[in-house]
Design a protein around this ligand. Structure first.
Ligand SMILES: C[S@@+](CC[C@H](N)C(=O)[O-])C[C@H]1O[C@@H](n2cnc3c(N)ncnc32)[C@H](O)[C@@H]1O
Length: 219
């Protein structure tokens, strides 16, 4: 997501610091002490953008702890401010943000500590030469496999048919099990509980169908 540099970005992020995990390396030992209740399962969204999904999910699922990760600090700033503004709507202290690249997760997060990883409207990187940058490339699946618990799942949403087809091919080549999939999420049985992202709202208003898959990676 491109964005003009925010004025006072660092100060604005600092004002939301109670929701920010400042040092990803602190997650090497797991998530104890991060949320008000350590016993909840932990779900991670990678590439949270402006935060609508994470904020909505944290409100809808008070029994889950959510971490929303975004590599562009100025974009995460908007998500953080949205989450601060909606603080009173959450019944638990169950939402945190991380600024950084997903590649950092491999060496900094405790293995087999996550119950779910979400990839929502990830950058499609349409050029064949950029396939390794796609967040469903097998090198990223290696990271998610390490982070997810044995029964953990990867959940994907995208409007981009090319990225979706590539992802399904990667899942198959990786020996992953597709638990559920659709090429029209908003007409599916899972739509009632669906929390829309900013991109999802935008693309669906323009008439695009949303593809989604729930996947279990092999042991
Ligand atoms: C197309 S936007 C979608 C944003 C949001 N998920 C939505 O659906 O509205 C993709 C976002 O993922 C972030 N992103 C891309 N690659 C990333 C990575 N390797 N690690 C963390 N964030 C990443 C981008 O900065 C961008 O904000």
């Amino acid at each position: 997501m491109r964005m003009r540099k925010k004025k006072h970005g660092a100060e604005r992020i600092e004002a939301c610091s109670e929701l920010l995990i400042k040092d990803i390396a602190t997650l090497k030992d797991g998530f104890d002490g991060i949320f008000d209740d350590d016993t909840r399962p932990v779900h991670l969204e990678i590439g949270c953008g402006k935060g609508n999904f994470a904020v909505g999910m944290a409100k809808q699922h008070p029994d889950v702890n959510f971490i929303a990760m975004e590599r562009v600090a100025d974009v995460c700033c908007i998500a953080l401010e949205k989450a601060m503004a909606a603080k009173e709507e959450r019944s638990g202290d169950n939402l945190r943000f991380l600024i950084g690249d997903a590649k950092l997760l491999a060496d900094n997060v405790r293995p087999h500590s996550l119950d779910c990883v979400y990839l929502n409207f990830s950058d499609p990187w349409p050029k064949a030469g950029h396939a390794k940058r796609r967040l469903t490339h097998r090198s990223f699946l290696d990271i998610y496999k390490t982070l997810l618990k044995e029964d953990g799942i990867l959940r994907l949403k995208t409007d981009n048919v090319g990225l979706f087809d590539f992802s399904l091919e990667e899942f198959e080549a990786y020996g992953a099990q597709i638990l559920w999939m659709t090429r029209d999420l908003h007409q599916s049985e899972k739509n009632a509980d669906n929390v829309m992202t900013e991109y999802e709202k935008n693309f669906s208003e323009k008439g695009f169908s949303i593809c989604s898959a729930w996947v279990k990676l092999p042991k």
